[in-house]
Design a protein around this ligand. Structure first.
Ligand SMILES: [Zn+2]
Length: 270
């Protein structure tokens, strides 16, 4: 019965629909629903591969104080994220002219030494690390790759495109995470993902016992007219504006209010 071609297309659509349904995830802390068709182990493998590629091509900072600070603050935030299956790594790329940071899937975080000209104390540095850890937790890279896949292939083909050997996936991954030859290829996240990483990052800072005001100070430093030149790199992937700062300040107030309420509701200790 029926046209076998139409039948095949129908089956394909059904398979895709099932794949999309089963891939519906919830972002930790914000509870936003997201669709990711890239399995977590594959996402991690791509992140690890990209990290190796980057480590092969960049010069790492050798200032032990700087490296220790980034690693210490990064681990503190990562511990608060309570994601034991993540394989966190924190690297400092030696380039004072670049004030930027980025995160590869699975928790490989890279910070350029130039960021320390903007993040001037440990709470401000914690804001950067928490923002990047949040991108990994919320699987923003894989979410973006899913969108790209969808856009490129059309819904019905997404499910078929996930073979390990698929060159299109590798191509998309290399564009998104920039592990080709040019590090500048790391694409900016969408504004929604940026705001979400800010919001999750603040909660991680609070859980880790950092001063959340560090985030507001960091973004103010970024905006300051007399800020050093290398800022442009971070700004190109992390747009900052009054709205972003407003949201950060509002989130800080909300997190504090929630904490205060929980404290009041808890029975007094004898
Ligand atoms: Zn970001």
């Amino acid at each position: 019965m029926g046209d076998p071609m139409a039948c095949r297309i129908l089956l394909l659509l059904l398979a895709t629909w099932l794949a999309v349904l089963s891939a519906c995830d919830t972002v930790p802390y914000t509870e936003r629903k997201q669709v990711i068709v890239i399995p977590q182990n594959q996402e991690r493998a791509m992140g690890a591969r990209a990290a190796r590629e980057i480590l092969r091509t960049v010069r790492l900072a050798d200032d032990p104080k700087l490296v220790a600070a980034v690693s210490r603050v990064g681990r503190r935030i990562a511990a608060a994220s309570d994601a034991p299956d993540m394989d966190w790594e924190f690297h400092v790329i030696d380039d004072d002219r670049v004030a930027n940071a980025f995160c590869l899937p699975g928790g490989k975080i890279f910070v350029y030494s130039g960021i320390l000209r903007v993040a001037r104390d440990e709470d401000e540095l914690a804001a950067v690390m928490a923002h990047e850890v949040a991108h990994a937790l919320a699987r923003h890279g894989a979410e973006r790759a899913t969108l790209e896949l969808g856009a490129q292939l059309g819904g019905a083909l997404v499910a078929l495109a996930l073979g390990d050997e698929d060159p299109r996936l590798a191509e998309i991954a290399s564009r998104i995470w920039g592990y080709g030859t040019n590090l500048g290829l790391v694409l900016p996240y969408g504004r929604k993902q940026e705001y979400e990483a800010d919001a999750i990052g603040l909660r991680l800072m609070d859980k880790a016992g950092c001063d959340m005001e560090g985030a507001a100070r960091f973004w103010e430093n970024m905006r300051r007219a007399d800020a050093p030149k290398p800022l442009s790199a971070f700004l190109s992937t992390h747009p900052t504006d009054e709205k972003r700062l407003e949201r950060i300040r509002r989130d800080i107030r909300e997190i504090r209010a929630t904490r205060q309420k929980a404290r009041e509701a808890a029975p007094l200790r004898p």
